[in-house]
Design a protein around this ligand. Structure first.
Ligand code: TYM
Length: 333
């Protein structure tokens, strides 16, 4: 069975962008693949963050993943910092990664522009990501568009390490991107992202969903209710295609083009379908949130399983690289 690995930062809520772009595909891949899913807290600390909140956010992300349908009986779910081999392999990979490749990463360029002093962790972020994936020798990595370039780097790291130390050891992991590969935020311009404040959370209450959707951007040509719109230019029409049944989607398009509906009418229908889609997940999240011990147990068990796989990989890596095994050191007193 081919192996899947993917990760998500505990940097806030599960929103409809990372749900449609990634987590929804993770859930589906459990049917056909051996899956390893990781909450990447070491990635989250490469940008300014609130240390007092990180534990809570990590546990909340675990609850979100379980509520979304990640099944710990079938998949390994764990927290990155619980498996120290991630950072160990990242160091090893830094010794084969060309600096120029890291400097040309789009996310690094974007994020570093927004910071006064750029820290090494941000530059090396994709090396840790390559280590995450290759530690489990994963073949398939379900992600959104924004991670595809990092996956290219992971393949290059695998090739470089293999060429220098052991041909064929690390597979070249392939991205798995689906229809929701780039969901735009409610501003209709930028990628939906917690840090941009343009998200709808999967677990938001019906009231909150409406509060967020009401002012959301639509086709700019629709200034008044009587102006006919072009659904293809409206981000909310795209969202209808994910959440509303096909007959409703057709109705929305016709009523937008013919100006029978105003944007608020269309948004009401969308809000209703978003809430309906996520209602079962929201109920499950409330249940898991009331059983923190069960969630901790899932993570502990996941870390145990992940560590066993990680140790196997590191044994070969150390041996191939000529590192002296700790077990061979005789301590003379
Ligand atoms: P993160 O936490 O930003 O996002 C998690 C996943 O959600 C996808 N995603 C989106 N997809 C479509 N539209 C959007 N608006 C949207 N926003 C987020 C992301 O592409 C991602 O798949 N570096 C990664 C985490 C990571 C990782 C890994 C992923 C660390 N190690 C190893 C895969 C394999 C990140 O920051 O994702």
């Amino acid at each position: 069975m081919a192996r899947v690995f993917s990760g998500i930062q505990p940097s806030g809520e599960l929103h409809i962008g990372n749900y449609l772009g990634a987590v929804r595909n993770w859930v589906a891949l459990q049917e056909t693949h051996e899956c390893v899913f990781c909450i990447v807290d070491y990635h989250a600390i490469t940008q300014d963050y609130d240390a007092g909140q990180l534990q809570t956010r990590t546990l909340e992300m675990a609850v979100s993943l379980l509520a979304a349908g990640i099944d710990p009986e079938r998949s390994t779910v764990f927290v990155q910092s619980h498996v120290p081999e991630h950072t160990e392999l990242a160091w090893v990979f830094m010794t084969v990664t060309p600096l120029g490749e890291l400097e040309r990463m789009t996310q690094f360029k974007d994020k570093s522009q927004r910071q006064e002093s750029v820290r090494a962790g941000l530059l090396n972020y994709p090396v840790l990501q390559a280590a995450d994936i290759l530690l489990y020798r994963a073949d398939v990595v379900p992600v959104g568009d924004d991670q595809v370039q990092h996956l290219e780097l992971a393949r290059e790291v695998a090739r470089k390490w293999n060429a220098r130390y052991r041909e064929g050891f690390f597979p070249e992991p392939q991205p798995h991107v689906g229809a929701g590969r780039r969901i735009l935020g409610l501003d209709g311009e930028a990628k939906m992202s917690k840090s941009l404040g343009n998200t709808i959370g999967v677990f938001d209450s019906p009231e909150r969903v409406w509060e967020l959707l009401r002012p959301a951007k639509t086709d700019p040509a629709r200034v008044t209710r009587k102006d006919p719109g072009d659904p293809e230019k409206c981000n909310l029409y795209t969202l209808h295609q994910y959440f509303s049944p096909p007959a409703t989607v057709r109705e929305v398009a016709a009523n937008c083009r013919g100006a029978q509906w105003g944007c608020l009418d269309c948004k009401r229908v969308l809000a209703d379908h978003i809430v309906r889609t996520f209602a079962p997940m929201r109920a499950r999240a409330l249940e898991f949130a009331q059983q923190p011990d069960r969630v901790r147990e899932v993570l502990a068990d996941g870390a145990d399983r992940a560590r066993a796989m990680a140790r196997d990989t590191m044994r070969t890596v150390r041996e191939a690289m000529g590192l002296l095994p700790a077990s061979e050191v005789v301590i003379r007193s």
